[in-house]
Design a binder for this molecule. Structure first.
Ligand code: FE2
Length: 339
């Protein structure tokens, strides 16, 4: 059975952000143990309404929070020093479950999400215990992924290139790194085990070969820890097909057909090393699609679909537990900070 978040409800309707901080501080030992075991804590009923409310809470809990360097692939806007929009990707697109920035040598350890405006339809954040995913993968698939490894390639246009209107294009590399200083970028890449290749057309190709399984630093438990199911070329079709089965609506079925068309177009028109994102085995050979689909199936079996309520505050142990986003319509504001 999937593990549900460890949930805490505010005691009164008038609970303020300061009450949330006090609740977490008063129950610190119990909550740290629950976070290790469950992977997710959810606090509900506290009046978090603005990005600054969230920043105040997060800094009270975590004064040494990093300044928020973000090397992931979602378009994100900084709202305060530490709090960002969770993703600016269009609402129709599902974000597959993943541990944040799993492809870095030093990924975040803890995520803080908060919902400042729930969407009128959809927009839930699915959660998934990736310890269970590793446990339940077919041993042959596990063995292939471990012994043959994976290689992730991401292609970024540069500041001399006009901004793309393609919703699937990655941001530009100067936006990703927040600088045009190539020495500074080289230092960041070296720290995070990314190989940077500067291309003739002002583009940057980032390549990495991260492990697919990591041991949880505190418990030693093996955790499936990969963006394989995010970067593989069939992802739009594969995720929207599963969303269509979950929703059982004509609308979702039409988006699945659109995802299938996008997948076919990408496969036919772009060589793998030219795609925004691509993933292969470490030697460049194709990963069997059946293996990728099996990974997706196990993840979907274990996901817990968690609807948002206004003011929800969710803490995730990024070393064990993945998050995603289901499609939505209407306004929605979910924000994130991390360390
Ligand atoms: Fe994420």
């Amino acid at each position: 059975m999937p593990t549900a978040p460890f949930a805490i409800q505010a005691l009164t309707d008038a609970s303020r952000p300061a009450d949330l901080v006090r609740t977490i501080q008063d129950r610190h030992v119990e909550l740290e143990q629950a976070l290790l075991r469950h992977g997710v804590l959810r606090f509900r009923g506290f009046a978090l309404r603005t990005p600054q409310d969230v920043e105040d809470v997060v800094l009270a809990l975590d004064p040494n929070l990093a300044s928020g360097e973000y090397l992931g692939t979602s378009p994100r806007n900084a709202l305060t020093k530490h709090v960002h929009s969770a993703s600016e990707l269009p609402g129709y697109y599902p974000i597959p479950l993943h541990c944040e920035m799993s492809f870095l040598a030093h990924p975040p350890t803890r995520l803080y999400f908060s919902c400042l405006q729930p969407s009128s339809w959809g927009g839930e954040t699915p959660l998934c215990d990736f310890r269970l995913v590793w446990r339940d993968l077919n041993p042959d698939v596990r063995s292939r992924l471990q012994t043959r490894g994976i290689r992730i390639v991401r292609n970024y246009a540069g500041p001399k290139t006009p901004r793309s209107l393609d919703p699937f294009a990655l941001k530009r590399w100067d936006d990703l790194f927040g600088t045009t200083d190539r020495d500074a970028i080289a230092a960041t890449c070296a720290r995070e085990a990314l190989t940077a290749e500067w291309l003739d057309d002002d583009a940057l190709r980032l390549t990495c070969t991260p492990p697919v399984v990591r041991s949880h630093p505190e418990t030693g438990e093996p955790v499936y820890f990969s963006h394989l199911q995010v970067f593989e070329v069939h992802t739009p079709e594969a995720e929207l097909r599963r969303v269509s089965r979950l929703r059982q609506t004509l609308h979702a079925r039409l988006w699945y057909l659109a995802g299938r068309a996008v997948t076919t177009w990408t496969r036919r028109t772009k060589a793998p090393h030219r795609r925004a994102m691509d993933v292969t085995h470490a030697d460049g050979s194709q990963i069997a699609l059946s293996d990728v689909e099996h990974v997706r199936d196990v993840i979907w079996q274990h996901q817990v679909v968690a609807p948002w309520q206004l003011g929800d505050f969710v803490v995730i142990d990024n070393r064990s537990t993945a998050h995603g986003r289901l499609p939505y319509s209407g306004p929605r504001q979910v924000v994130i900070a991390w360390r």
